[in-house]
Design a protein around this ligand. Structure first.
Ligand SMILES: Cc1ncc(C[n+]2csc(CCOP(=O)(O)OP(=O)(O)O)c2C)c(N)n1
Ligand SMILES: [Mg+2]
Length: 546
């Protein structure tokens, strides 16, 4: 077997079912080994999309997704995806080609030091220098990518090592790992803090969305009856309409949910990852914060917990609840604020203005999406509206990126969700800017026969930056553009497209798109004057108490 064959056998050994990417000539031995394997090669139209898809596979399953590229230019196109997976804690393996390392028949043509490029963007970046090292290196790569805190790993396979014949080497079988549970002393200290709290509040952060955690979190919240809010990436991690949800901290301060946060004397921050835009700002007079996580907390200017419960989060929370269940007199002290906070989120949700308000769009999307439907967001102004206003009841049903916050990931992440969950409704939500950053993948989605609706917010602008420009009192300048005819664009890709022409037209358009199946674009004109009206003026007045 050659090096490529060994690599592909090692990937099969890890349970890999598909690899996304764009091969180059340096990968041809790998491509040939894939052809003979059980692994499907899914070519995309840009490596960045392949990386976003592989990362989303890791995010949704806990098992690393795999992407592939050639050397130099192709590998460089994976870097944004690497950063997306690194900041977002998504397990992913990137395999890139390279010219031969034992001789240099093409001098430095296309040669870039990709291992050095990937080093700060990954948990590990290695060049494979001998087929003999492949089984151990691949096992190590998956172990590192998947274990807490998950992230990307890069392996570079030079073409001569890929081609080199070697004896068969035994593969290393993977095994499940249970993490250690929090120390009893830490559990006692945490229980004491919570018992003494007068106004406790639970915060669910990004790590709360790990696929394996959702049942344990729901049980914890249900047993203790402490109200909770979540960060953007912690959204949906408690299932069921627990009646304890207080809102999502999409902004760092002054939003309605901060009425509860500002009054809390203890915040139990479960799985908070400071890659997210801060859900609240700690200061010298703020609440006590208890960090609960797989790993110790990172200390930041705005986040410096006073106590920590470190260990496997699910079992640790069960032990914590065992110490506290039925003994918390003040568990629900902040719950009376709930109605008022959530009430604001329905403002203008049914207004019939056209172009539509963002609140109306979020409302109508929720109507059309079943509880287990998955909405995958790109990055733009609408992300704040979805984070604040879209209610989730099933874990990982609103996928958004509040870590790298890159544009361009909405469509590829939705494609991956649609591949993993063919029986569920999957919606990509994009701006007219972000959609165009990976619009070429419509062809991939059609070729893969995915059922997928892409909702495009059309404001003919980089709306989010235009909003910030206005908030900061800069003149309106430089942020507008024109769009292609998106309906024709969809048709050109053998997909279908429809424009929403009235306020009442959105929900039926989405419903029809889902019913028809296949790849569907729905273009909705949006009125972003609401951004300043609500997110600046109204919240400012609210924070002043006027
Ligand atoms: C790759 C990338 N480039 C630039 C940015 C900065 N940025 C954040 S939001 C945004 C505008 C997004 O425009 P659009 O997708 O049309 O969404 P809108 O805000 O208009 O709804 C920009 C340029 C980014 N986050 N990622
Ligand atoms: Mg836009």
């Amino acid at each position: 077997m050659n090096g490529a064959g060994l690599l592909v056998a090692a990937l099969e050994n890890e349970g890999v079912k598909q690899i996304f990417g764009v091969p180059g000539e340096e990968n041809l031995d790998v491509v040939e080994a894939l052809r003979r394997s059980t692994i499907r090669l899914v070519v995309t139209r840009h490596e960045q999309a392949a990386a976003f898809m592989a990362a989303t596979h890791g995010r949704l399953t806990g098992e690393a997704g795999v992407c592939l590229s050639t050397l130099g230019p192709g590998a460089l196109n994976l870097t944004t995806g690497a950063a997306y997976a690194l900041l977002g804690a998504m397990p992913m393996i990137m395999i890139t080609g390279q010219k031969g390392i034992l001789s240099r028949k093409q001098a430095r043509f296309q040669v870039v030091d990709i291992v050095a490029t990937m080093t700060p963007l990954t948990k590990m970046a290695r060049q494979i220098v001998s087929p003999a090292s492949i089984p151990a290196l691949v096992r190590e790569a998956f172990r590192l990518a998947q274990q807490e805190r998950p992230g990307p790993v890069h392996l570079e396979l030079p073409e001569d090592i890929a081609h080199e014949e070697w004896e068969d080497i035994p593969l290393i079988p993977p095994h499940p790992i249970e993490y250690p549970v929090a120390h009893p002393a830490a559990l006692d200290r945490a229980a004491e803090l919570i018992r003494k709290a007068e106004r406790p509040l639970v915060m669910l952060g990004a790590a709360a969305s790990r696929p394996r955690l959702s049942d344990a979190l729901s049980a914890f919240v249900g047993r203790l009856q402490i109200p909770f809010f979540n960060t953007q990436m912690g959204k949906g991690s408690v299932s069921g309409g627990a009646g304890l949800y207080m809102g999502t901290a999409a902004l760092s301060e002054r939003d309605y949910v901060h009425d509860a946060i500002d009054r809390a004397d203890l915040i139990i921050a479960i799985g908070h990852d400071t890659v997210e835009k801060p859900p609240f700002l700690m200061g010298p007079h703020g609440p006590t914060v208890l960090h609960v996580g797989y790993l110790p907390a990172a200390v930041e200017e705005v986040f410096f917990p006073h106590a920590e419960l470190v260990g496997d989060v699910g079992p640790s929370l069960r032990l914590l609840a065992d110490r506290l269940e039925g003994r918390l007199a003040n568990a629900s002290a902040l719950l009376p604020l709930r109605e008022e906070i959530l009430g604001h989120l329905t403002d203008r949700a049914e207004e019939s203005r056209f172009p539509l308000t963002p609140q109306r769009i979020v409302h109508d999307v929720r109507e059309v999406m079943p509880e287990d439907g998955i909405a995958c967001l790109d990055n733009g102004m609408y992300k704040i509206w979805f984070a604040r206003n879209y209610r989730t009841r099933v874990a990982n049903t609103l996928l958004l990126d509040n870590a790298l916050a890159t544009m361009g990931a909405g469509l590829p992440s939705a494609m991956m969700a649609a591949m993993l969950h063919p029986g569920r409704r999957v919606l990509a939500v994009c701006g007219d800017g972000g959609f165009m950053m990976n619009a070429q993948e419509l062809e991939t989605a059609v070729r893969l026969k995915l059922n997928l609706v892409v909702l495009i917010f059309e404001d003919k602008a980089y709306g989010m930056i235009r909003w910030k420009q206005a908030v900061d009192h800069f003149p309106d300048f430089g942020m507008t553009f024109d769009n292609p005819d998106f309906v024709a664009f969809a048709r050109a890709h053998k997909a279908n497209g429809r424009r929403v022409e009235s306020a009442d037209g959105l929900a039926p358009a989405l419903e029809a798109a889902f019913q028809e199946g296949g790849v569907q674009l729905v273009i909705v004109p949006v009125d972003y004057s609401e951004n300043a009206r609500v997110l600046v003026d109204e919240l400012h007045r609210h924070s002043l108490g006027t």
